[in-house]
Write a protein that binds this ligand. Structure first.
Ligand code: ARG
Length: 464
């Protein structure tokens, strides 16, 4: 381990006593922001290259600093760097080590720069790659959904409203609804790149600088699109953090909805799906149990992610411009949330690859609760020139009759049906067939088999 020899704080000529040890231990952010070391070094190299190009520092000093920074990166990667709480955060840890390595010339690195712009430059770069990584995980999850949807285009199950049987639908169609949600999540994350692509570097502490810096150059070098426009806003702005946390929350909410559905379907009451042993856990007392803990874990973590969004909103509420220590909270919240979402996306993918529909039970459940009632009403409208409201009343009367006789709709005879609507013919009986019912919903976006096939093809193409 390389020891930091100079243990004095950068501000030691102004602040005479050592800062409270308790605060240093607790208030420093090095344990959290050391994650940003690569971005910090990359940003510093671009900064000194720009300073040289603008004739603010010499060629020799620029090279010395870059040499030192590259060395520090290697030390960190090889676990040879000692992160020191004395120096608060990653920026000062690196600057201190640079001084040890190259001497006082390290002092030129912070020309025309403040930690205030440095930290958000690092964070934005980190969030850009985190966003791309989430996108990859979302893509994988969408592919899994498509694969299972394709296998289950003709798997018929009840669709619910109010958790009561509503209309029959295809399990494939159901899974495709999550493809829509996760695709919107992808868009939401990718939209965030617009503000993540604005480069904060060069706004310095809060007012900009009198040095003749070239912010467009660092923008280009660091892969941003434009420099930010207002120095005060830039230092104070954490909207990009909120956008990310909100996107994570919405995505987690989608995850929790599918998790909840699968928990219900897996319950002994519903028994619509089986979860393989890989994705269940047992009970310490009840030997028979196979519990959907992983799904419950996903549902629980959603609550934590919403909390993180609210933590950040609350940190920002009423905070005057521009930089205050309060803002340091952003990184822990972001890192935790990103990590949680990434793992939740992977866990959900694993669960989806490890469940099987209980097709027989799905069909059985779909055959109760007068699930084809709307099909009957539609049939009467189409074939007997009645308004939908009139057909609705006739259908309700037929259901009342079936209920009274403890029969399903398809157990009624044409003779029974004619008592309510005398004009009905034999042809009406086919509306009670569940497959016909599902396949008749051919309107764009409906559950008909061909619709689902086309959607799967469309989304597969989109993912290439
Ligand atoms: N560690 C600090 C943070 O994460 C860096 C910025 C410090 N700026 C300052 N003026 N104290 O917010």
């Amino acid at each position: 381990m390389v020891k930091n020899k100079n243990n004095k704080a950068i501000w030691n000529s102004r602040i005479k006593t050592k800062t409270s040890a308790l605060y240093k231990r607790y208030g420093g952010s090095i344990k959290i922001d050391k994650k940003l070391f690569k971005e910090d070094i990359f940003g510093s190299i671009a900064h000194v290259e720009m300073l040289f190009k603008q004739k603010i520092i010499s060629f020799k000093i620029k090279n010395k600093i870059i040499y030192g920074l590259n060395k520090i990166e290697k030390e960190i990667l090889n676990n040879k760097f000692e992160f020191n709480q004395e120096f608060e955060d990653i920026h000062m840890n690196i600057e201190k080590r640079l001084t040890q390595l190259i001497g006082d010339d390290a002092g030129y690195i912070h020309t025309a720069r403040s930690r205030n712009d440095q930290v958000i430059t690092d964070l934005k770069m980190w969030m850009k790659s985190a966003t791309q990584n989430i996108d990859l995980n979302l893509k994988k999850l969408i592919k899994t959904n498509l694969k299972i949807a394709e296998k289950n285009i003709k798997t018929i199950m009840p669709g619910f409203t109010h958790l009561k049987n509503a209309q029959a639908l295809s399990l494939g169609h159901y899974l495709m609804s999550y493809v829509e949600m996760f695709t919107r999540d992808r868009k939401r994350f990718l939209n965030n790149l617009e503000s993540l692509n604005e480069n904060p570097l060069g706004v310095c502490a809060l007012t900009g600088t009198s040095f003749n810096i070239d912010r467009k150059l660092t923008t280009k070098k660091l892969g941003f699109k434009n420099p930010t426009n207002n120095s005060i806003d830039t230092v104070s702005d954490r909207d990009f953090v909120l956008d990310f946390l909100y996107s994570c929350s919405v995505c987690a909410m989608h995850i929790s909805r599918i998790a909840e559905e699968l928990i219900i379907w897996n319950s002994d009451g519903f028994n619509l799906i089986n979860l393989s042993d890989k994705v269940v856990t047992g009970s310490s007392i009840m030997p028979q149990k196979k519990n959907p803990d992983m799904l419950e874990f996903l549902r629980g973590k959603t609550g934590v992610m919403f909390g993180n969004l609210f933590s950040m909103l609350t940190v920002l509420k009423g905070l005057p411009l521009s930089y205050y220590k309060d803002l340091q909270e952003d990184k822990e919240i972001i890192f935790k949330t990103n990590d949680t979402l990434e793992n939740c996306l992977k866990i959900l993918d694993e669960i989806l690859n490890n469940f099987s529909p209980n097709k027989k039970k799905m069909l059985e459940l779909a055959s109760i609760g007068y699930i084809t009632a709307t099909d009957l009403a539609d049939y009467i409208v189409k074939n007997h020139s009645k308004s939908f409201r009139e057909a609705y009343q006739k259908t309700a009367a037929i259901i009342n009759m079936a209920e009274k006789r403890k029969k399903k709709l398809d157990e009624l005879t044409l003779y029974d049906l004619k008592k309510i609507e005398p004009n009905l013919t034999e042809d009406v009986l086919k509306v009670f067939d569940l497959k016909n019912s599902v396949n008749s919903k051919k309107s764009y976006g409906g559950t008909a088999f061909d619709n689902i096939k086309k959607m799967i093809i469309k989304y597969k193409k989109q993912l290439i």
